[in-house]
Design a protein around this ligand. Structure first.
Ligand SMILES: [Zn+2]
Length: 81
């Protein structure tokens, strides 16, 4: 199975809650076989969850500052994992 734009489109569709059952199955099948897309999908989901949580919280004033402070630490972790 190859990774083409379709797969990425399906991911976005899935995250927008915009997929037919058929497309969803197609996406799931591909993700099961394809580690690269699994990773990509995981990253996508993570950023979207992050965005959504920011939206919902309606951030307190120092929220952005806190996020910024947390960023460098997270990056450091990533490097070593
Ligand atoms: Zn793939």
């Amino acid at each position: 199975m190859k990774c083409d734009k379709d797969v990425v489109n399906l991911m976005h569709g899935y995250l927008d809650d915009d997929l037919t059952k058929e497309d969803e199955t197609k996406l799931r099948n591909h993700l099961e076989d394809c580690e690269a897309c699994q990773k990509h999908f995981h990253e996508l989901k993570r950023s979207i969850t992050l965005l959504k949580s920011v939206e919902q919280v309606k951030a307190p004033e120092n929220f952005t500052k806190q996020v910024m402070q947390n960023l460098p630490t997270e990056k450091k972790h990533k490097k070593y994992v």
